[in-house]
Design a protein around this ligand. Sequence first.
Ligand SMILES: [Zn+2]
Length: 229
Amino acid sequence: MIPEKAFERLLGLHECWEVTGAEYESAPVERFFLVIHETAKLWPQLKCPIATCAHPEVVCHEHTEVRVWRHLDAFGKRTEIPCEPPRARCCACRHVWRVPLPWEGEGKHFTRDFEAFALPLMREMPMKKAGDILGEHDTRLWRLLFKPVAKAYAALDLSELAHLGVDEMNCRKGHHYLTVFADLVARRVVYATEGKDHTTFQRFSEELLKHNGHPKAITAVAMDLSQAY
Ligand SMILES: [Zn+2]
């Protein structure tokens, strides 16, 4: 089996995409990269994404500028996928859209497989250390982390929250505080906000209402009886 075909299989690509190059270069950055293009079989598989149209005849409109996705390392070398993502056009309503790529993750710069490896690492250790292991700048990793967190937070259901734990923590040097609210039964943090005064409780109540909870449903609170609160 030629290497390109082997990488197609490893990436789980089907007939719509092909690896046209598997290359290694030592400069300017040492990396291994896989060049991927769509095949002619892609277009008959697509249909217009506009619900009222959904026309099955779709053609290639253009290719956008090359973008690079970081993938899991191969042979311990930084591995990347450069690709010019194709844009499709509906033959009926002429709507144009960027075709989703089978390897792309939630973030802009990483493949789905890379994210599946990086996210648990970020959960287990400080971001700087995860960045050192992954060979990535921590700003790109923070951006990657915020996406799934925002998605999970939007879906958070607090309708069962009745036993609340509240505590403050010092978040930076000096008097910068964070008030953290936790569900003591589910044993998880449900909200955190800057400051440690009564307005933090107002903000928490507003969040509670947005996530199917209600302040009156809370029957027990464990917290410091600080004057500020
Ligand atoms: Zn259409």
